[in-house]
Write a protein that binds this ligand. Structure first.
Ligand code: PLZ
Length: 441
């Protein structure tokens, strides 16, 4: 892939944050709710490919991509062109009032690209959380059942329903009023900690749901094939297909929340496919539209068509500009060999992080797939070690990395697929140095 990212290099020219960022942080503190953090405390001015530049002229290697959004690179040429073209032609028409072709074309592409060759249909909404909400609505309407099952360590959003579906109550729903009823949390597969193979882990999940919820009242089981905010937890082999088989047998709709893992992130177009799972419904957001707000529910036609007329919708869902961006992304997903790029990144990240694991015993596990790789940090007493200080140290040296995990003890990397090998190696040099600095401080 060609992009100017090939020539953009990391360059830290001020302390972090620099003087302009510091001033803007003061304005932010005055004008913006203190609920909104600034994890890397610099203001971004522009971004391209696998790097971004702040208002003080510091350029960072981006190993976060806005939490897995700019998967094919910041300001991807085709996406920018499609947005520019569409924005001059039509910016809005509520699709249920007057339809427009980009909505249909983006739906066709998702129906084609999501796993399975069954007949599929799609609707578009604005955010990942809204996609989860609508996936649940479709499953409930289709099954006539009320229960919603999710897995421990999962993350699904910040609305009332999805906030209840998250594993962690804090910071997502605590102190914010009542949670939602009929949401049930079941054990996941977490090989590092449970040591179970896929069949045994699936049996445990199923047993829990049968005893605790009762399948006859269970509408859906919503699962991230690789858990994102939970810490890049890859389930044991066979876990997901076994759960799908159990769901199918019991009339439960199994929904893949691919909001973080989807759209070529892991070495397949969807992680569920990579892990041998063909879900009934697939939820997409983040990487689908190159940074434009868009999310989708794609699933078996009989499930999506079970909803009554006007039972789902919204003013902005499937906005024409976002759909034009999604078409530009998905056409590239089809035409480019992005799976090879994800595997190239996996090879480099896993190799470098395993080298670090040999040096720093705090790294308990290197895991993930494709351009979705993380390390879990545990001390000699088996206690979680916060990943935040390592990410902050990397940030001060021009590398953006993210944290995750129930205890904030996973350092995760979600680079864009166009990151060069040189940028990756340099990024990992900085991470290695960050481990050395923080552990010796
Ligand atoms: N499902 C699997 O990863 C969003 C959260 C960032 P929205 N993850 C990043 C934050 O702290 O708010 C996410 C996800 C999975 C659903 C969502 C929700 O997607 O677009 O943020 O609503």
């Amino acid at each position: 892939m060609t992009d100017t990212a090939q020539t953009t290099v990391r360059s830290v020219v001020t302390e972090i944050p620099g003087p302009k960022s510091k001033q803007m942080l003061e304005r932010k503190a005055e004008a913006v709710s203190t609920a909104i953090p600034s994890n890397l405390p610099v203001f971004i001015e522009s971004a391209n490919g696998a790097t971004f530049t702040d208002v003080d002229g510091n350029t960072f290697i981006d190993l976060g991509c806005g939490i897995g959004v700019t998967t094919i690179g910041h300001t991807n040429e085709a996406v920018v062109a499609a947005v520019r073209e569409q924005v001059g032609r039509l910016t809005h028409s509520l699709v249920g009032q007057t339809p427009y072709e980009p909505y249909v074309r983006a739906a066709e592409l998702l129906n084609e690209l999501t796993p399975g060759d069954h007949k599929k249909k799609t609707i578009f909404v604005n955010s990942g959380a809204e996609a989860v909400e609508n996936g649940v609505k479709f499953a409930r309407k289709y099954t006539g059942r009320r229960g919603v099952a999710v897995l421990d360590h999962g993350y699904h959003g910040r609305t009332a329903l999805t906030g209840t579906m998250n594993f962690k109550i804090a910071p997502y729903a605590n102190g914010q009023g009542p949670t939602v009823s009929d949401v049930f949390h079941a054990p996941n597969s977490y090989p590092l900690h449970d040591g179970l193979d896929g069949a045994a882990a699936a049996k445990r999940t199923q047993w829990y749901l049968e005893k605790h919820v009762g399948v006859e009242d269970l509408a859906c089981l919503v699962v991230e094939p690789i858990q994102g905010e939970g810490g890049f937890i890859v389930p044991a082999d066979g876990y997901l297909p076994a759960l799908q088989e159990w769901c199918t047998k019991n009339g439960v709709v199994m929904i893949a929340d691919e909001i973080q893992s989807g759209v070529s992130r892991t070495g397949a177009t969807y992680a569920s496919e990579l892990l041998g799972w063909t879900p009934d419904v697939v939820l997409t957001a983040k990487g689908i539209a190159g940074g434009m707000p868009l999310a989708a529910v794609t699933g078996r036609a009989e499930i999506l068509d079970a909803m009554h007329l006007n039972g789902v919708g919204g003013t902005f869902g499937g906005n024409p500009v976002s759909c034009a961006a999604a078409i530009a992304v998905l056409e590239q997903v089809k035409s480019l060999d992005l799976d090879s790029e994800a595997k190239r990144i996996e090879e480099a990240l896993v190799r470098r992080l395993r080298e670090m694991q040999d040096k720093y015993s705090v790294i308990a596990e290197v895991r993930g797939r494709g351009a979705m790789i993380g390390v879990e940090l545990i001390d000699a007493d088996g206690e979680p070690v916060a990943a935040g200080p390592f990410a902050a140290e990397a940030g001060r040296n021009g590398v953006m990395a993210l944290t995750a995990g129930a205890d904030g003890n996973v350092l995760r990397f979600l680079p864009s697929l166009i990151i060069t090998n040189e940028q990756l190696e340099e990024g990992m040099d900085v991470i290695d140095a960050a481990f050395a600095t923080v552990l010796n401080s």
